[in-house]
Design a binder for this molecule. Structure first.
Ligand code: FAD
Length: 416
């Protein structure tokens, strides 16, 4: 991709997918004065929105329109599923072709459906009362169903499962989480943090069954129970599947682009392997992109990738490079609030561990330090120090000199 081509007025940038990464790219590209014409093609029937706030839509705290994201005035085609890519033009599901000069793939991810017997009814659809949770449409259907349900089970105790369980409990339903791993949110939390979160969920009326796998659903037209691998049966007329996501790579694969877990990109966010001479450059960002072997599946890396690509393509910083995002996971869900930096279990030679647990207040804090740098950690229940820690962690700065490490764990030492 030469700077000359992207810098031309009228240059057509097609973005496949109108989700969080696409919206951020369009907004930044425009804000940076990019001269091209950006068009977002989205399969969903609505403008881009923040999925991070979907649990709040489920509880009714926000309406679907309240969580819309800015797109910098980019052209937007909603309800437009792209069925084939390039070279040089997209094909849409109504058969029309849309030419482009540069292509950005931002197709996100699909929920993974677990291998559970009885998931689908005779018509091949999910049986009544069973939901995945990825879109506003999912959220609307789930809220309508929850209004008539009496007991809910959430299959999967990752971030999504915990958020969904909290939202359903807020709607007044008794909720149980079935989680295959030994503790909640095992991708980001250590065992103690998972246990504190479980206590906090119990206080909201949510029971958790870690180390348990859902084996089958009972009920032909509507779910009536979830059967665990242990043989235990949980009565439920509402089930939410929160078993992770898989990058949407079908289009890229069909177009012959390099795909492993995600669409493989380099530091410029270009899909690796240069396009043949004369063909438009292709980029990928967000949940569908794999950079240095990592598919993040989180909003912050999606935004960081979008920012780098917007800086490059707008001409504001043609040499911007994405070098990866330090793993940082946050749930801002009232009493379930937590922050996890890197891998909180990565203890080892040269790493100092500070740990502070308060069983009465159900709080837990742990920091892993290599010298004066934060290399991992987790805060559950008391996030007074999260601002200072996040800044130091993301920049790989020394921890603030004015604050001794122990103070960083305690509320008094909080730098806001
Ligand atoms: C309920 C929920 C809560 C979450 N909470 C958090 C959180 O607290 N923190 C966090 O960091 N992350 C969270 N995430 C993850 C975060 O939302 C994603 O990382 C983020 O949305 C990724 O953005 P994206 O643009 O890559 O994908 P998406 O936002 O999924 O957007 C992809 C879009 O592309 C569209 N699309 C796909 N294929 C096509 C096609 N062929 N043609 C047209 N359009 C297509 C899809 O319909 C979709 O609208 C949460 C996700 C969910 C579902």
């Amino acid at each position: 991709m030469s700077r000359r081509t992207t810098g031309r007025a009228g240059h057509r940038i097609a973005v496949v997918g109108a989700g969080m990464a696409a919206a951020r790219f369009a907004e930044r590209y425009t804000a940076l004065g990019g001269p091209g014409r950006v068009t977002l093609y989205g399969a969903e029937p609505r403008a881009p929105y923040s999925r991070v706030l979907l649990a709040d839509v489920l509880t009714g705290r926000y309406g679907a329109d309240d969580i819309a994201l800015p797109t910098g005035g980019a052209a937007l085609r909603t309800g437009a599923e792209v069925t084939a890519l390039g070279p040089g033009a997209l094909t849409l599901d109504d058969g029309t072709r849309a030419p482009y000069d540069t292509l950005v793939i931002a197709t996100g991810a699909n929920p993974v459906l677990p291998p559970v017997r009885g998931l689908r009814g005779p018509d091949g659809e999910l049986v009544g009362g069973v939901h995945s949770f990825r879109t506003v449409a999912d959220s609307t259907r789930l809220a309508a169903d929850a209004a008539h349900a009496t007991r809910a089970v959430v299959v999967g105790g990752g971030v999504l499962g915990v958020s969904a369980a909290r939202a359903l409990a807020a709607l007044g339903l008794p909720v149980e989480i079935v989680h295959q791993a030994p503790h909640l949110i095992e991708r980001h939390l250590d065992e103690e943090a998972g246990a504190v979160l479980r206590t906090r969920l119990a206080a909201l009326g949510v029971e958790t069954y870690p180390g348990n796998r859902a084996r089958a659903l009972h009920g032909t037209h509507r779910v009536s129970a979830v059967e665990l691998a242990s043989g235990y049966v949980l009565a439920a007329d509402l089930v939410v599947l929160a078993c992770g996501v898989r990058p949407r790579t079908g289009l890229a694969r069909a177009a012959g682009l390099p795909v492993r877990a995600g669409v493989v990109v380099d530091g410029t966010l270009a899909v690796t392997g240069q396009p043949p001479r004369g063909e438009p450059a292709v980029y990928a960002i967000g949940d569908c992109a794999e950079h240095r072997g990592t598919v993040h599946g989180l909003a912050a890396p999606a935004w960081e990738q979008a920012d780098v690509l917007a800086a490059r393509l707008s001409g504001a910083d043609p040499d911007a490079v994405y070098t990866g995002t330090r793993p940082l996971s946050r749930l801002t869900a009232g009493p379930l609030e937590y922050a996890a930096f890197g891998d909180p279990t990565a203890e080892g030679p040269g790493v100092d561990v500070l740990r502070l647990a308060d069983a009465t207040r159900a709080t837990y804090k742990k920091l892993l330090l290599r010298g004066d740098r934060l290399v991992g950690g987790v805060l559950v229940g008391d996030l007074a120090t999260v601002g200072a820690l996040t800044r130091a962690y993301l920049r790989d700065d020394p921890l603030p000199g004015s604050l001794a490490p122990l103070h960083l764990l305690t509320t008094q030492g909080a730098a806001r």
